[in-house]
Design a binder for this molecule. Structure first.
Ligand code: SF4
Ligand code: MSK
Length: 665
């Protein structure tokens, strides 16, 4: 079902969908003639092409393309492939595409980490405590080793996992023991990060694996290599190198652009370039250049997940989520947009060309016609960053007709799994035990993750209304990616939003002063949620594996292949996932039933779909209630009050100051 509201024409003939800030900018005269994704949806329709919808069209060889209809004998592939084989192959290839994006990202971070450890970049090893904890976790004894030697050893071991051919990825050992047993029995423990994607592409080549269950099993293995492998490596090494996030106050939405400063937006996913730009932005040389052109300074603002990376670690603002990337440029107030990889619409190039805006690509993997390519290199990170910033400064005097909307919202972000451990546990009892206890006593019904993209098929309000409904029902909400920016725009990432919570959740949050919706980072940072779930299991009282936890994930506005890989690694880890419209296998009932039902038997969790916020909320709350019932938590429990003895037992584990009990750090 299409939930997208029909476009209303504004004064300037502008499409009026998604958020108010978008509408406001696109209706200004400075945006006249600008074509954005919203306009293209209007021109092409919300379903631009039906070939491939439902996952049963195949173009894996030149005897096709073949459009296959399940249950119609004459509508199978020329090679005889049926709908289940094709739907499973296509689903698996989506997982491969998404996982590969995270894997290449993770490899880039691991290489930058190693170069940093060797003193070859301007970055540093900022979180030594996490370095030591990570070393221990991957079987390296940090005792007696200096920071440099230890970081080199950790970097080499992590980087080696990408090319590893046999054995098991080190971070898989963090999962609850029963989960590891299930993976072992199913023979889906990833052997190496890259190997699983290559094998998946081979298996889904014409004439190889034609058993849909076998194909989906390997898709699960590949997704695990993403979540517990590449994504976790990227998150953990980024934290060690750039600092583990702690709560910071900042702002989101297009109104963060500034009239009197040089606006540079960083768009994409990799933190290394954005970090270098942030380091260079306050350099005296740059400040002096700004003065020369009458600007007060450089205003660095994020778009998409690069935005989430610098928001979490540096408190820099986010100008826009995925659906806002072209609109940010249509303000006419951006001197430069710097992009790296993933989720960058080609449409940004023609929009930038209408203004004085410089569009720079920086990764050899991602060039865009009309953009200037300035290759980024970690060894010369600051030089490249300064070159880009100086080019942007030179454009400031050319800023013409422009419009910066008022829309911006205060947010508190930076909830790494270490921070959740600390903030919910308190300074003297940092642990997941208070979270578990409040779930057990019923003040918190459970935990829900709203992750993933935003896109034009589903209205923005789904994220927002869903989050509101969940917190009103005492569900603690964790958000990542562009969903996080969307709920941030609506004010849900601020402690003031606790007034919207049910009484139980409100009571808990009032005691710790954190928002009811916790921003946990970018799309690779979904790996933080795996660790949070694992810590909840380890803390005790909620069963011995992830499927028993009152925990559920959803991606109402999923767009990217990465979302499918993330969803599959959640499911394979035992956390149920509800997706927004157009589940990729919907053309095959056989495969969809397998994903929705049989996966529950195999992994203890399966997929589901929903459309409206209400439907999502009902399904998610029902699922949490079901889990609570299975744990015997449907009856009223007494609240556990912590006395001094219990606090001593829990110990201390401030982020950046040591390992939390249970090894959460
Ligand atoms: Fe058609 Fe089979 Fe070729 Fe796919 S692999 S395009 S189903 S003939
Ligand atoms: S950027 S993958 S639109 S979350 Fe990570 Fe946003 Fe989705 Fe891209």
């Amino acid at each position: 079902m299409d939930t997208r509201k029909r476009f209303k024409k504004g004064n300037g003939g502008c499409p009026s969908i998604q958020c108010e800030a978008n509408r406001d900018v696109l209706c200004q005269s400075c945006a006249e003639g600008v074509i954005t994704a919203a306009h293209r949806v209007e021109q092409r329709g919300v379903e631009p092409c039906l070939f491939g919808k439902g996952g049963t069209c195949c173009r894996n060889c030149n005897m096709g393309p073949c459009q296959i209809i399940e249950g119609v004998d004459s509508m199978i592939g020329v090679c005889g492939a049926d709908a289940s084989t094709v739907a499973a192959r296509n689903f698996a290839r989506i997982v491969a595409g998404g996982a590969a994006a995270h894997m290449d990202h993770g490899r880039g971070v691991a290489m930058a980490f190693l170069e940093t450890a060797r003193g070859e970049t301007p970055y540093e090893i900022k979180d030594e405590v996490k370095l030591q904890a990570t070393a221990r976790r991957i079987g390296i004894d940090p005792e007696g080793k200096d920071k440099t030697d230890l970081a080199i050893e950790v970097g080499e071991k992590m980087l080696a996992e990408f090319g590893q051919q046999t054995g098991m990825l080190e971070f898989m050992k963090r999962a609850p023991a029963p989960r590891q047993e299930i993976w072992k029995e199913l023979d889906i423990l990833p052997r190496g990060v890259d190997r699983e994607v290559v094998e998946l592409m081979h298996r889904t080549h014409m004439g190889v694996d034609q058993d849909y269950k076998n194909i989906l099993q390997h898709a699960a293995r590949t997704a695990l290599a993403d979540g517990w492998g590449a994504s976790m490596i990227a998150t953990e090494l980024s934290d060690i190198m750039f600092g583990t996030p702690v709560p910071v106050r900042t702002k989101v939405n297009i109104g963060v652009l500034k009239e009197d400063e040089v606006n540079i937006t960083v768009h994409g996913h990799e933190p290394v370039l954005a970090e270098a730009l942030a380091m260079a932005a306050n350099d005296p040389e740059i400040v002096a250049e700004c003065k020369k052109v009458g600007a007060k300074g450089v205003n660095l603002a994020g778009v998409c997940c690069t935005g989430n990376e610098i928001l979490m670690r540096r408190g820099l603002p986010i100008a826009g989520s995925f659906v806002q990337q072209e609109v940010v440029l249509a303000t006419g107030a951006v001197e430069a947009m710097v992009v790296d990889v993933q989720c960058i619409m080609q449409g940004v190039s023609p929009v930038a060309s209408k203004y004085h805006t410089e569009l720079f690509t920086t990764s050899e993997k991602a060039k865009i016609a009309g953009a200037e390519h300035i290759p980024f290199n970690e060894h010369k990170a600051l030089d490249v960053a300064k070159t880009i910033i100086k080019r942007a400064i030179a454009k400031y005097p050319e800023r013409g007709k422009h419009y910066i909307p008022v829309h911006q919202m205060d947010v508190v972000a930076g909830f790494s799994h270490e921070t959740i451990n600390y903030i919910l546990g308190g300074r003297f009892r940092a642990s997941y035990k208070p979270l578990n206890d409040n779930i057990i006593n019923g003040r918190i019904k459970g935990v829900a993750a709203i992750v993933g993209c935003d896109n034009y098929k589903v209205m923005d309000e789904v994220h927002v209304e869903l989050a509101k409904e969940l917190i009103a029902n005492d569900v603690l909400v964790l958000v990542t990616g562009c969903a996080a920016t969307g709920v941030g725009r609506a004010g849900l990432l601020s402690p003031e939003a606790m007034n919207m919570c049910g009484d139980g959740l409100k009571e808990v949050l009032e005691a710790v002063g954190c928002p009811p919706v916790l921003h946990c980072g970018s799309c690779v940072d979904n790996s933080r949620l795996l660790i949070a779930a694992t810590e909840m299991v380890r803390t005790g009282g909620l069963g011995d594996d992830i499927p028993s936890l009152p925990l559920i994930g959803c991606a109402p506005q999923w767009m990217s292949e990465k979302a499918v890989s993330i969803g599959q690694y959640f499911v394979s880890s035992g956390a149920a996932v509800i997706f927004g419209p157009n589940f990729p296998t919907s053309g095959s009932k056989v495969v969809t039933d397998f994903c929705f039902n049989e996966m529950k038997e195999i992994y203890g969790a399966g997929w589901d779909v929903a459309v409206t916020a209400n439907e999502f909320a009902n399904k998610m709350i029902d699922k949490l209630d079901e889990k609570r019932k299975a744990l015997g938590l449907d009856k009223k429990q007494e609240r556990v009050l912590f006395d001094m003895a219990m606090r001593r037992e829990l110990g201390s584990g401030l982020p950046g100051q040591g390992c939390a009990p249970g090894g959460a750090h």
